[in-house]
Design a protein around this ligand. Structure first.
Ligand SMILES: *Cc1c(COP(=O)(O)O)cnc(C)c1O
Length: 398
C-alpha cells in the first residue's frame, strides 16, 4: 500500500514558502475534525475498514501511521523532495539503501564515513558479497578512480566526522550518474536548513533524525528522501517488509523538533563560529577543524554548497591523549558524551570514544590525533561556552 498520500488534506504549505515557514507547517494542518493544531500521536496498530479491503488510507501501523505520514511529508518538504520515508534509526535508513543492492554489487564510499555506516558495510553487507571501496571523498579523481563496472552506489557524507571534510556533492553526483550508479548523501551534519543535496544532483538523502532534526537528544530515528517515485516505492516496500519504522511517539517528537530547526541551526552556527575563532587563537590549540574558518581546506566549497557552516567542529590540542582526556572531563557546560545535534553542548575525544575501533596507526594516518577533541556546539550563550572551554583547557593542561 502506498500510504504516502493517504490524507492529502493534512498536507501543509509547500513551495510557496521559505524553509523557516515550511519547517513549522509542512506536512501538517489543523485536524479537520477537532481543530487540533499539532499532529496527534496516533497510537494505533490497526484501523477500521468500511468493507473488506476498503480502508481509509491506513490498515496497519508498520505499513503506515498518520503521525509518521506527517513527519515524512515535513521532511520531504524541507529537502525540496517529492517523497520522504521515516525509519526507526539512521542506521535503519542506511540499511534500507543497502537493501536496494544485490550480491556482487560494488559501492564507493568515504574513508571517514560514520563508524556505524562503516560497520554496516564491512561487517554485515560484505558477508552478503557486496564490495566496498573507501576513498578520500574530498578528491573527485579518487572517487572516479574507484568506480568499476559493478558499482551501483556512491555513498557520501559531508561535512564528515570528526574533521569536517567537505565533499563536492554536485561533482560526485555527476560521476555517479556517468557510471549509471546512484548517489546518496548522508545529510545528518548539515541538515536541510544548510544543505539540500537533491538540488545538487543527488538521488537519495539519508538522515539520522536522532541529531539536529530531532534536536533535543530525546529520540532515535532515521529518514530517506528522494524525487524518484520508483525509489520511494522500494523504500516503502522495505519499511513494510523489514519493519524498521518509527512509532508514533518518535514521529511526533521529530515533527516537534523540525519546527524549530531554523532557529536552532542559526544559533548552533553562530556559537560554533565563536568557539572556532576562540580555539583558533588559543596558544595550546594546534589546529581547528571548522569549515567556517578560512584555513579549513573545504572552506570555499562549503561556502558554495552550504548556507552556513554548521554546529560541529573539532580541534587538536598540543597535548597527550591523557591530557586531552583531562580537558574533556573538566568542562562544566559541555557534557562529556557521544552523539551530537542536540540543544546542549557535548564534548568528546574520538581516540578512546567514537573512533576507538580504529587501530591507532590507521587512526593517526587518517589525521585523527590522540589529542583531537570534537564538540557539538549547543544553543547556550556563546560566552559561557567559550569560558567553559578556556577553563577546561587551563585545568586539563596544568
Ligand atoms: C548518528 C549518525 C548516523 C546513525 O544514526 P542513528 O540514528 O544513530 O542510527 C548515521 N550517520 C551519521 C552522519 C550520524 O551522525
Amino acid at each position: 500500500m502506498d500510504d504516502h498520500d493517504a490524507d492529502p488534506e493534512r498536507d501543509g504549505p509547500t513551495e510557496r514558502f521559505r524553509i523557516e515557514t515550511r519547517s513549522v507547517h509542512a506536512g501538517q494542518a489543523p485536524d479537520p475534525e477537532t481543530g487540533a493544531l499539532m499532529t496527534p500521536i496516533f497510537a494505533n496498530s490497526t484501523y477500521e475498514q468500511d468493507a473488506p479491503g476498503a480502508h481509509r488510507g491506513y490498515e496497519y501501523s508498520r505499513t503506515g501511521n498518520p503521525t509518521r505520514t506527517d513527519l515524512e511529508a515535513n521532511l520531504a518538504d524541507l529537502e525540496n523532495a517529492d517523497f520522504g520515508r521515516a525509519f526507526a534509526s539512521g542506521m535503519a535508513s542506511i540499511n534500507t539503501v543497502c537493501n536496494l543492492l544485490e550480491a556482487g554489487d560494488h559501492v564507493v564510499t568515504g574513508n571517514d564515513v560514520y563508524g556505524g555506516t562503516h560497520r554496516l558495510f564491512t561487517q554485515v553487507y560484505e558477508e552478503y558479497d557486496l564490495e566496498f571501496s573507501f576513498v578520500d571523498m574530498t578528491d573527485l579523481e579518487a572517487i572516479e578512480g574507484a568506480f568499476r563496472e559493478e558499482t551501483e552506489l556512491l555513498w557520501l557524507e559531508t561535512p564528515t566526522n570528526p574533521l569536517m571534510s567537505i565533499a563536492d556533492i554536485e561533482g560526485a553526483a555527476e560521476i555517479a550518474h556517468a557510471n549509471d550508479a546512484l548517489c546518496a548523501i548522508d545529510n545528518t551534519f548539515a541538515t536541510p536548513y544548510l544543505q539540500r543535496p537533491l538540488d545538487l544532483g543527488a538521488d537519495i538523502v539519508s538522515h539520522s533524525l536522532t541529531k539536529y532534526l530531532g534536536g533535543h537528544s530525546d529520540v532515535v530515528g532515521g529518514a530517506l528522501v528522494t524525487n524518484d517515485p520508483d525509489l520511494d516505492e522500494r523504500f516503502g516496500f522495505y519499511q513494510n517488509s523489514v519493519g524498521a519504522t518509527p512509532g508514533p511517539f518518535e514521529s511526533f517528537l521529530v515533527l516537534r523538533g523540525t519546527k524549530t530547526l531554523p532557529v536552532r541551526m542559526d544559533r548552533h552556527c553562530e556559537n560554533a563560529h565563536r568557539v572556532a575563532e576562540f580555539l583558533d587563537s588559543h596558544p595550546d590549540v594546534d589546529r581547528v577543524h571548522y569549515p567556517g574558518l578560512d584555513s579549513h581546506p573545504g572552506h570555499d566549497l562549503a561556502a558554495e554548497q552550504m548556507d552556513d557552516f554548521g554546529g560541529m567542529l573539532s580541534f587538536e590540542l598540543d597535548a597527550t591523549l591523557e591530557e586531552a582526556g583531562e580537558v574533556v572531563s573538566a568542562t562544566e557546560v559541555f557534557t562529556l558524551a557521544e552523539s551530537l545535534g542536540g540543544v546542549e553542548s557535548l564534548i568528546e575525544q574520538p581516540a578512546p570514544m567514537t573512533h576507538a575501533a580504529i587501530p591507532r596507526e590507521e587512526r593517526l594516518a587518517a589525521g585523527l590525533s590522540d589529542a583531537l577533541i570534537r564538540v557539538s556546539v549547543g544553543i547556550e550563550h556563546a560566552d559561557d561556552l567559550v569560558a567553559d572551554l578556556e577553563g577546561a583547557i587551563e585545568s586539563g593542561l596544568e
